[in-house]
Design a protein around this ligand. Sequence first.
Ligand SMILES: Nc1ncnc2c1ncn2[C@@H]1O[C@H](COP(=O)(O)OP(=O)(O)OP(=O)(O)O)[C@@H](O)[C@H]1O
Ligand SMILES: Cc1cn([C@H]2C[C@H](O)[C@@H](COP(=O)(O)O)O2)c(=O)[nH]c1=O
Length: 212
Amino acid sequence: MSGLFITFEGPEGAGKTSIIQKLAREMAEEGFPVLLTREPGGIKIAEQIRGVILDCDNTEMDARTEALLYAAARRQHLVERVLPAMKENKIVLCDRFIDSSLAYQGHARGIGVEEVLSINEFATEKQMPSLTIYFDIEPEEGLKRIAANNKREINRLDQEEMDFHHRVKEGYDQVIKKYRERFLMIDASKDFDSVYAQVKGELTGYLKKQGY
Ligand SMILES: Nc1ncnc2c1ncn2[C@@H]1O[C@H](COP(=O)(O)OP(=O)(O)OP(=O)(O)O)[C@@H](O)[C@H]1O
Ligand SMILES: Cc1cn([C@H]2C[C@H](O)[C@@H](COP(=O)(O)O)O2)c(=O)[nH]c1=O
C-alpha cells in the first residue's frame, strides 16, 4: 500500500478541524496530493451512523453499542475512502480514528482499552495510521471554545459531564504511552496561528523524511 495515512486526535474543541481544514487547503495549493476526511463520517453510510451516535435524543445508547457503531462507521470509511485514496498515493488527513475509540469508549466509558482495540482490529484488519498528531489541551479549555462558537451544533458526547471529559484525556494519555513512536504532540492551548505553525512545521518535517 502506498500513500500516507495521518490522523489528528484530541479532546473536544482542541482545534483539530479548523487547523486541518487550513492545512489541507495550503498543502493542496503547494501541490501535495491531499485528501481530507473525518470520523465518524466522510462517506454516506458513515455519516448516517454518525447521525445516530451523536443524536442528543439517543441518551439510552449502551456503551458497547456506541463502540460497535463507531467501529462499523470506521470499517466502511476505511474501505470506501481511505484505502482507495492510499492506493492512489494520496496523503490522507483524517480528523479522528481508532485512538478516539480507545480513549472515549475504551477508557472514558469504562469498556477497557484492550476490549475496544480488539473490535477495532476486526474492523480495520489492523490498518493503523503512520503518524498521529495529538492536540493537547485541558478539557475545560476545549469546551470553553466550543461554547463560544455559536455555529457549532452541540452533540450527545459534548453533553457528557466534566468527569467524562477528564477520563477522555486520561484515556488519550494511556494510548499515547502505548503507541509513543506514532504520536507527535502539539500544544493546542496556544493561539490559532501558533498552533497552526507548530502543526505545519512538524508535518512538513515528517513529509520530508518520507521523501515528499
Ligand atoms: N488555537 C485556538 N484558540 C482559540 N480558539 C480556537 C483555536 N483553534 C480553534 N479554535 C476555535 O475553537 C472552536 C473548536 O475548534 P474545532 O472545531 O476546530 O475543534 P475540534 O478539535 O475539531 O473539536 P471537536 O473534536 O469537538 O469537533 C472553534 O470555534 C474554533 O474556531
Ligand atoms: C471517531 C470517534 C469519535 N468519538 C467522539 C468524539 C466526538 O465527541 C465525536 C465526534 O465529533 P467531532 O466534532 O467530529 O469531533 O465523537 C468517539 O467517541 N469515538 C470515536 O471512535
